[in-house]
Design a binder for this molecule. Structure first.
Ligand code: PBG
Length: 330
């Protein structure tokens, strides 16, 4: 630590005295370039369904998707993340709907790519939980999640999404070894330029509750995800997860959830020179909304929290607030 003076010569309040000066010495600034907007999809026509667990968040049918994507594009948000609500009729033990080339996500990717070209990026989760009747991200056999057998399906799911035009493949399943296998298969199939964003550090968290309601997997979920998602008591293990995924070919890594894990973002950032993204998850979103709606805190908490992600070292944040706050950032 370099001490450059002492009181009364040194008065740290001097730099804070006026708005222009505070702006001048500001160390971290949140911009729209730092935001990724998640979008929920639903089958059908002319649908914009509200979601009980998430205030002011909706599921869109493809024919109304432009309402939300138009906004994201005009706000200059760099990327959207697509999440399908799958009809329970289409769910089964092995999540085979994930490989249906006419499934909801595939059609949404094609629609967005055709209409918006390259003015906005598309990322898609790679995991089986929207499609399995037990709500797990992988294959469930005799009460256990099968790793290598799941990876084989994830590779196919990734390839399918890439073929549809997905820009950023985002495995969120936490199986071991999937990044390397997915990279290999993308490269073999002429998708060398499709990026991989690994949810490398994903904790088994209670903050995912509202999301599981939004995609319709919460009532189905048998047990918990603790045998594949990380134990939230750990931090050093994050470094192993990230190191492995970088070696296997990840272009970016994600830390998830967000606010309770700022220490992890900082640690990953200090240890690896790779873009680090944070996911401000559904439970965080809904808690903040409740605080605002009940008058406990005001709206400015949103930007304060998101700036905290930047300060912790995140290059970007996946946030359900993206479209809502974009105007405040211009
Ligand atoms: C599924 C997935 C989850 C989220 C993103 N992808 C839930 C889970 O792992 O159970 C959570 C996102 C959120 O809570 O906003 N693999």
């Amino acid at each position: 630590m370099i001490i450059t003076g002492k009181y009364p010569n040194l008065r740290l309040r001097r730099n804070r005295n006026s708005d222009w000066s505070r702006r001048l010495v500001r160390e971290n600034t949140l911009s729209v370039n730092d935001l990724i907007l998640p979008i929920f999809l639903v089958e059908g026509k002319n649908k914009k369904q509200s979601i009980k667990s998430m205030p002011e968040i909706y599921r869109y049918s493809i024919d109304r998707l432009s309402e939300v994507v138009d906004k994201a594009v005009s706000n200059r948000i760099p990327m959207v993340a697509l999440f399908p609500y799958t009809n329970s009729k289409l769910k089964n033990n092995n999540g085979t709907e994930s490989l249906n080339e006419d499934n909801l996500v595939c059609r949404a990717i094609q629609y967005i790519k055709k209409k918006y070209k390259n003015s906005i990026g598309i990322m898609c989760d790679v995991a089986l939980d929207p499609y399995t009747s037990h709500g797990h991200d992988g294959l469930l056999h005799k009460g256990k999640i099968l790793n290598d057998e799941t990876v084989e399906i994830l590779v196919k799911q990734s390839l399918l999404q890439a073929q549809m035009g997905c820009d950023v493949i985002s495995p969120s399943d936490m199986m071991d070894g999937r990044i390397g296998e997915i990279r290999k298969s993308l490269d073999k199939n002429k998708f060398k330029n499709v990026q991989i964003l690994s949810y490398a550090v994903k904790f088994a968290s209670s903050f995912y509750g509202p999301f599981r309601n939004a995609v319709g997997s919460n009532s189905l979920l048998k047990g918990d995800k603790k045998t594949y998602q990380m134990d939230y008591s750990n931090n050093l293990e994050s470094l192993r997860e990230v190191a492995l995924d970088i070696k296997e070919g990840a272009d970016m890594v994600m830390v998830k959830p967000g606010m309770p894990y700022l220490d992890i973002i900082r640690m990953v950032k200090d240890n690896f020179k790779i873009p680090v993204l944070a996911y401000q998850v559904s439970g965080e979103y809904s808690l903040i909304c409740n605080g605002i709606n009940k008058g406990i805190v005001d709206k400015s908490t949103i930007i304060e929290i998101l700036t905290g992600f930047k300060r912790a070292g995140a290059n970007a944040v996946v946030t359900y607030f993206a479209n809502k706050i974009a105007k405040n950032l211009k």
